[in-house]
Design a protein around this ligand. Sequence first.
Ligand code: 13P
Length: 337
Amino acid sequence: LTIRASSYADELVKTAKTIASPGRGILAMDESNATCGKRLDSIGLENTEANRQAYRTLLVSAPGLGEYISGAILFEETLYQSTTEGKKMVDVLVEQKIVPGIKVDKGLVPLPGSNNESWCQGLDGLSSRTAAYYQQGARFAKWRTVVSIPNGPSALAVKEAAWGLARYAAISQDSGLVPIVEPEILLDGEHGIDRTFEVAQKVWAEVFFYLAENNVLFEGILLKPSMVTPGAECKDKATPQQVADYTLKLLHRRIPPAVPGIMFLSGGQSEVEATLNLNAMNQSPNPWHVSFSYARALQNTCLKTWGGRPENVKAAQDALLTRAKANSLAQLGKYTG
Ligand code: 13P
């Protein structure tokens, strides 16, 4: 029995390496229209295509962004959209030396037979969508599924999350897109850091088991995990050093060094917390590129500073660049605050 390798194998390895390059990480700007609506609502703006376009134009055209950002994850609307100046968003990113990526999952729905848990949709028709996204200029993909600690997680929910990620990863690689594998372990809950460690250990094991079973090329994926932290409502807080110790211990136990990049999500951490934790993880050499793929921890201040006003665009871009630079330094273990 011979397994056919993706005809894109060399390109996948190259793309993954480019995204995982020193001092750079990913800008997640792939909020679905519903989530983007919540962000716009927080600054008193209506969720119209024009407002989403204005905000995303601001992000992709921040001058010099590519020094700190190697990849940007887009929602489908943005992949096909032009900036307010009429240039393709994708072309602006490429000019900034930022690889365009695309969110390909179709979101979470209740998982029947579980403890009020969810599963992630989007495998039906995925190969024709990934082929079209490649044509449109995307070179990597993202699929986010979640596991809840307070609701279990049940063995069923973990297995479904892992299997879905593995099928998506194989399909993406077959279309030339580097899959970001994102099993998010939600922050919600009162549990301590040891419980998060235990759950993540199980989840990461299953994810890599099914990735291997689906003959996914490990050199051509990126992992986007949650950091190992206490639950958001836990009384005991963790220091960046503790988060780094737990998270690195788990990476060493579970993640093959063939995986080129570990691009953490921020998951509701504050902007500074997310930077400090990343910096702590990069104080000693490790086999991977340990970096960031943040949405909220890159965008929160930027969005607030903009407030929907054209006269604030420059200040908002500066706020984005400040966070991007801080996380770039943290990727190098050189952030000093
Ligand atoms: P946060 O960094 O805001 O958690 O978002 C990252 C992301 O892309 C979640 O899928």
